[in-house]
Design a protein around this ligand. Sequence first.
Ligand SMILES: *[C@@H]1O[C@H](CO)[C@@H](O)[C@H](O)[C@H]1NC(C)=O
Ligand SMILES: *[C@@H]1O[C@H](CO)[C@@H](O)[C@H](O)[C@H]1NC(C)=O
Length: 292
Amino acid sequence: MHHSLLLSLLATTVLAGPRRPHGHAIAPGEIKCPLVFDGRVETTTQLSDFDSYGTSIFNPDYVKGNDIKWSQIIKFPTGVNTSRFDDSELHKPFEVTISDQSIFQQQKGFRRAGLQFQGDTNSGSPGSSGIKTLHFSVKWDAQRAFNLSHEYLNVWHEAGDYSSNQFNFQAGAIIGQSGLARDTWKVLDRRNKQIWSTPILRNEWQNFAITLNFQRNTLRVYYSKGDEPLKSVTNAVSNDNSGQGQYQIGILKKPTGTSDVVNSGYQQRNLNEGLIYGGLFLEDSANDCISL
Ligand SMILES: *[C@@H]1O[C@H](CO)[C@@H](O)[C@H](O)[C@H]1NC(C)=O
Ligand SMILES: *[C@@H]1O[C@H](CO)[C@@H](O)[C@H](O)[C@H]1NC(C)=O
């Protein structure tokens, strides 16, 4: 290339915006801390890649309907921009869906599809020690809208003995807590007490980060919408983070009209619901490192 042409191209690039050094979009948010688990899906990923260990960044066998594969559960939405911590050249959004087939083991009350990071073992996982921050962005899909008369778990960390979750990120009508608004994203602590909530937006990405300090037993929530930087929205609140376990990301829809939510209750037929995810990763927040 002619030298002066190169220089003028470089000058144009700089004028067009310093965030685009190669002339293409990069992520508006930069990951500053060491990655523990990277759940950002690459642009080249095919749906069938989610079905085996060699090609999936998640556990291909859990936690999903017995008779369906992840390639039937995950969708790649069209017309949706990448979220704050995704690089549009490298990553793409993905949608987790539930249907009538989303029955895991004998849990006939639930409809569920939950991703686990490959390597996030139930015992001794690096995700369950030190200080870790889970990042995720979500976007509502009007074509596969939730029924907010139900209780949804979308992101959580389940203790190793499966008896409780260290935290829940939820939507809809929380069973037994009718005082809580339905149309919100909610963060609940180990005792299922809401510590923060924000209205569900229909047309914008909403970005969340949850710092779990396994040494001091605290939980802290960060939030932003669109491409805005995350802001701390709670203090580091006291929370029982003991018991190890695994992160889960997706949808667990509880039934209505039962006291035995695992096994019975009402779920509508021909279910077709989903939630779009992006910017999913766990970072090491040792020394209070956090990507905003
Ligand atoms: C995607 O981003 C571009 C550039 O910021 C914007 O013009 C466009 O409206 C966005 N599209 C959607 C579907 O949000
Ligand atoms: C939403 O859930 C409620 C409670 O189970 C149910 O009565 C209602 O029919 C559902 N709505 C739709 C559109 O299925």
